[in-house]
Design a protein around this ligand. Structure first.
Ligand SMILES: [Cu+2]
Length: 232
């Protein structure tokens, strides 16, 4: 993952801390095992030692693991303090979203995402947002639980039927960010991906305007077709 929204760099750091901690545990366990086997082999044939100090060594190992766990906990809290803050728009962001985030409805359904923009336009699969702008997604679902997961921009969040969850992010760079399926939501869940295209605020305005016009044209055409057929 390449972090592109406030807080995601900290989630990334936390992942790396977790990875290093797991690696340390794996190495320590293997070193201890090899040491135990070696020592045992050297004493092969002799009577087993009574192991009088086993209680003390248990205590020592327990204390070491406790200190290790506490250190990881403190490190993690220290490194992720900002990940839970809600980002605000920057001066270079969308003018209409200076004080409040740009709110877009994201609806999960088997098996695709629909995005509804404030001007009435909508899109499927791909979400287009302006750069440097706080974007609030209101996550909804029409059927089962889906998970919105675009790791470069945000932590993952569930879309739960009958509930509105939210995700707030602020993309710092224009580009295409891919999202993946993260919760089994039926046969085609693996294909239920999404993508976020981050563009300049001007391009965003142009996109929603064009999208709205295209949708209206298409709808008028369909209505026209139906009316033509109904005329005897
Ligand atoms: Cu899904």
């Amino acid at each position: 993952m390449t972090p592109h929204s406030p807080g995601t760099d900290q989630i990334d750091t936390l992942l790396q801390i977790g990875f290093v901690a797991a690696a340390i545990v794996v190495v320590a366990i293997n070193v201890a095992l090899i040491y135990a086997v070696r020592r045992n082999r050297a004493q092969r044939g002799s009577a087993p030692s009574p192991g009088g100090d086993s209680r003390r060594s248990q205590f020592r190992v327990g204390a070491m693991l406790t200190v290790f766990a506490a250190a990881i906990f403190v490190l993690s809290v220290f490194f992720t303090g900002k990940a839970r803050e809600t980002p605000a728009s920057e001066a270079s962001g969308l003018a209409a979203a200076k004080s409040a985030p740009l709110t877009i409805k994201a609806t999960g359904q088997q098996w695709l995402w629909r995005y509804d923009y404030p001007n009435g336009a909508f899109s499927y699969y791909k979400l287009v947002v302006p750069a440097d702008t706080a974007v609030k997604l209101e996550l909804l679902s029409t059927d089962v639980i889906h998970t919105w997961d675009v790791p470069d921009l945000s932590g993952k969040r569930d879309a739960v039927p009958g509930k509105t969850n939210k995700v707030v992010f602020r993309a710092d760079e224009e580009g295409l960010y891919e999202g993946q399926s993260a919760t089994l939501s039926g046969q085609a869940y693996a294909a239920m991906r999404t993508a976020v295209e981050v563009v300049s605020p001007q391009d965003y305005e142009a996109f929603v305007k064009q999208q709205k016009a295209d949708i209206e044209t298409a709808q008028d055409r369909v209505v026209g077709l139906i009316e033509d057929k109904e005329v005897p």
